[in-house]
Design a protein around this ligand. Sequence first.
Ligand code: KG4
Ligand code: ZN
Length: 353
Amino acid sequence: MKIFAIETSCDETALSLVECTGGAKKPQFKVLKNLISTQIAVHRPFGGVVPSLAKREHIKNLPKLLKRMGFSASGKEFDAIAVTVGPGLEPALWQGVEFAQALAKKFNKPLIGANHMEGHMYSILLPKNAVSTKMPSSKFQVKKFGTENPKVKFPAVGLVVSGGHTIVVRMDSFTKWKKLGETRDDAAGEAFDKVARMLKLPYPGGPEIQKLGAKGNPKAIDFPKPMINSGDYDFSFSGLKTAVLYYLRDHPRANKADVAASFQQAVIDVLTKKAMRAAEQFGAQTVFLCGGVAANKPLRASLQLQAERRGMHFVVPEFVFNTDNAVMIAAAAYIGHLRKKTYKIVVNPHLNL
Ligand code: KG4
Ligand code: ZN
């Protein structure tokens, strides 16, 4: 089936058209269209996402992107519409949901509610070897997509790490999975964003910390690695964030590159250790990494090294599918539809995995 998906949970307005086949055993996704309009420049002066501005930008961008999808009046190009119902910013989510409801009515198509976090999780199934080109009005448009769908062998254990969530999950099949643990306070991406702000780096902080950290020594400062040895699969990043704050207060002339590198290393060590412990405990054949923070190159390298050392297969989506996009929403809607577990078309900002 062909799914037209809409994503507006945060600061990206995204539309996609994805051909979904293969069923629950071997789901395959062919990306026909992928449009992402990022609002980073709008929110940057405020140091973070401003919900009312996000809403305003979605209202402005949704019709523009729809036009660029080039659908005919009958909507014959797709069989169903999917929309993110949560989690995310409530005013932002509503824009996508109302837009999707109006289109479902206009085109007389079924409307499928999708969970943004399931979208990130299923992004591990999206095709590899995408070639992307930067565009002035949107972050990137992928011109050519690979046709190779990554192989995921079960059991699989992975990390879903974004701006709002940090979760360890075990997958026994594409339709059966269990959350093993999650953060008790800040998400990993949130910690990156907050520490970036302390270092006077622009929003979003993750890529900025990575860039600055590449010039620093990750062993320079021994920041705490909260809960690294706790017996569960939960995380806590707020203490680490505070440790960076106090370090900067007590060392006004600190080498910022060393601070960025050492902070990043502390996050990577905790994420890698917990994910690998879960992978060993459950005899994982595949280890995966997804969500916006999966774009972090040293984190990708750390998890890949540790997984492959143990003879486990490592899967991480293409960079273009790490941060928010609507292709992953189509994938989540398709699998939700196969599982007979789709979401009501009602915004739920606190939806979880
Ligand atoms: O998944 P995502 O696009 O949005 C949410 O669902 O939250 O994730 C955004 C988060 C932000 O906190 C951003 O700083 C982080 O992902 N991020 C990174 C990198 N690129 C994005 N964190 C670390 N390193 C990166 N290269
Ligand atoms: Zn996201």
